[in-house]
Design a protein around this ligand. Structure first.
Ligand SMILES: Nc1ccn([C@@H]2O[C@H](COP(=O)(O)O)[C@@H](O)[C@H]2O)c(=O)n1
Ligand code: CDI
Length: 161
């Protein structure tokens, strides 16, 4: 059996925060604002996995009112979400994601992001994890550099023993 899920997240870009996307710290003049480290890509992937499992969203599992998740490492949150999938007998089919950002340029960091995500989701091969990036041609909030969005689609495959 396969299950699919999708996730979408947005975080504001502000001065004085590190720019952490896909578990990679990108050198940039601004970073993403959030209760956690605000890793917009890992949040979208976490939501996609939770969606595939029918388990709600990351706000339900890691409330932003809980001090335990203040400045949380989103890679740890993704690993916790992945445990829920494994406990239910799923392995990764594939995950495809898009980062929507006018700047910074993501391309140089995408291979490292894919490695981080593949490791967290225990992928058998790197081709199971795809990360893309697009601008919005200077339109809307990403185009004005006010924030970054990410969306993700995940396919989970039930392990048959
Ligand atoms: N923040 C970004 C946005 C885009 N890219 C790469 O540039 C290509 C062209 O982007 P368009 O929005 O003009 O289609 C895109 O396919 C990405 O490879 C990027 O690295 N970082
Ligand atoms: C990750 C959590 C929890 O620290 O906080 P944020 O970093 O604000 O992220 P968001 O995507 O708004 O929602 C999930 C939150 O509960």
């Amino acid at each position: 059996m396969i299950r699919v899920g999708q996730g979408f997240d947005v975080h504001q870009l502000v001065e004085g925060r590190p720019c952490i996307i896909g578990g990679v710290t990108i050198p940039y003049e601004k970073g993403l604002l959030g209760h956690s480290d605000a890793d917009v890509l890992l949040h979208a992937i976490s939501d996609a996995i939770l969606g595939a499992l029918g388990l709600g969203d990351i706000g339900k599992h890691f409330p932003d009112t809980d001090e335990a998740f203040k400045d949380a490492d989103s890679l740890k949150l993704l690993e916790d979400v992945w445990k829920l999938a494994k406990e239910r007998g799923y392995k990764l089919g594939n995950v495809d994601s898009t980062i929507i950002a006018q700047r910074p340029k993501m391309a140089p960091y995408i291979p490292q992001m894919a490695e981080v995500i593949a490791k967290a989701l225990e992928a058998e091969e790197i081709s199971q994890v795809n990360v893309k990036a697009t601008t919005t041609e200077q339109l809307g909030f990403p185009g004005r550099g006010e924030g970054i969005a990410a969306q993700s689609v995940v396919c989970l495959v039930k392990i048959v023993l």
